[in-house]
Design a protein around this ligand. Structure first.
Ligand code: PLP
Length: 369
């Protein structure tokens, strides 16, 4: 092998996300497997009770995904045919899909250019007689402006839901994400700040809504074969819940590491602005998102350097074929064209953070200005 071959070899790939699953998760799952009780039972109940502690004691119902959590939470809160629910377009499609799956219409509103969360002023401008709810997304791990959005909801008699799928342990003025709205949804997909493989949690302010979520999760049954309504099977497995209980105990450590990594990236990046944190917000850095005008070329260069950079999200949801709405959301359009997310997950090694910083600085110097 010649020297030049060695030098042109792609450096070790730095993954965009890396779930940290260790011996404690394995032991917990194995103990469930040994017990033989595999579907929704004692582990799920314990996981729900423990998760409640991180959302101000609100009642929690575990389900099989974040999408199910959004869907069942809204159905249980009464969202249905003819209702409009205001959502951001700069989000993962599941936010809007959950609205559409209720038979309701997602109405897309624009975002704040610095935090990428819903802009309350624009939300106010798209409220109609049919608007039933507002669903902000705590995007990238930063809470949306909840005081303003909850006040807007109260003024217009609207429910407020939270897509908290990226915001485990994030807070705003001391209140945890998930404890602001009528219903909130978390995801435990492997790329999220904690994981159960697949899984989700519905957080309910009202125990009556929580009971309805429990029914919808299990074919409409509380008592076996006494179905009270038409429901789904969106139950969580005992293996997932056992894993979730361990991950929840590790979550404060994961979060501290994400914040530490974000601080190192912010300090080292010379030619892009670090993510803006709203006053009073505690960001949990599900993603570390920056922007560059020549974004696609910067992404290509970083990928060639073995950096697992991501683009969340390249197409606003209202422009996806599933929705294809002819709607002008200028702030969303610019964000979708310029954002890129650098690895920030807690599995990063110090030398990997250095590599991310130097590769990003040099790529942006060459291409992104
Ligand atoms: C991940 C995610 C979802 C969906 O969660 P799943 O567990 O993948 O179904 C919904 N909304 C947002 C903003 C997400 O990031």
């Amino acid at each position: 092998m010649t020297t030049s071959t060695v030098l042109t070899t792609t450096p070790r790939f730095i993954a965009p996300a890396h779930p940290l699953v260790g011996p404690d998760e394995r032991a917990a799952v194995e103990s469930v497997l040994r017990s033989g009780a595999l579907a929704q039972g004692a582990e799920v109940a314990a996981f729900e009770a423990e998760f409640a502690e991180v959302v101000d004691g609100r009642e929690c119902v575990a389900v099989n995904s974040g999408t199910s959590a959004l869907h069942l939470g809204m159905l249980a809160a009464g969202i249905g045919l003819g209702d409009e629910v205001i959502v951001p377009s700069f989000t993962f499609a599941a936010t809007a899909n959950a609205v559409a799956l209720c038979g309701a219409t997602p109405v897309f509103a624009d975002i704040d250019p610095e935090t990428y969360c819903l802009d309350p002023a624009h939300v106010g401008s798209v409220i109609t007689a049919r608007t039933a709810a507002i669903m902000p997304v705590h995007l990238f791990g930063q809470p949306a402006p909840m005081a303003e959005l909850v006040a807007l909801g109260q003024r217009h008699g609207l429910a407020v839901f939270e897509d908290a799928c990226q915001a485990h342990l994030a807070t705003l003025d001391g209140t945890p994400a998930g404890a602001f709205g009528d219903v909130a949804a978390f995801s435990f997909y492997p790329t999220k700040n904690m994981t159960t493989g697949e899984g989700g949690m519905v957080v309910c302010a009202d125990p009556v809504v929580a009971r309805r979520v429990r029914l919808l999760r299990n074919q409409g049954m509380e008592k076996r074969y006494a179905n009270e309504l038409v429901g789904f099977n969106t139950r969580m497995t005992e293996m997932a819940a056992a894993m979730g209980r361990v991950q929840l105990r590790r979550l404060p450590g994961f979060t501290a590491t994400r914040r530490h990594n974000a601080a190192l990236l912010s300090e080292g990046l010379a030619r892009v602005s670090a993510p803006v944190v709203r006053p009073g917000a505690a960001h949990v850095y599900h993603q570390f998102t920056v922007r560059a005008p020549e974004r696609d070329r910067v992404v290509e260069a970083l990928q060639a350097d073995g950096i697992g950079v991501g683009v969340y999200y390249p197409t606003p949801v209202h422009r996806l074929p599933a929705y294809s709405e002819d709607l002008d959301l200028p702030v969303t359009a610019v964000a979708a064209a310029e954002v890129l997310s650098l690895p920030v997950h807690p599995a990063l090694l110090p030398d990997e953070i250095d590599r991310i910083i130097s590769a990003t600085n040099s790529a942006i110097e060459r291409l992104g200005r």
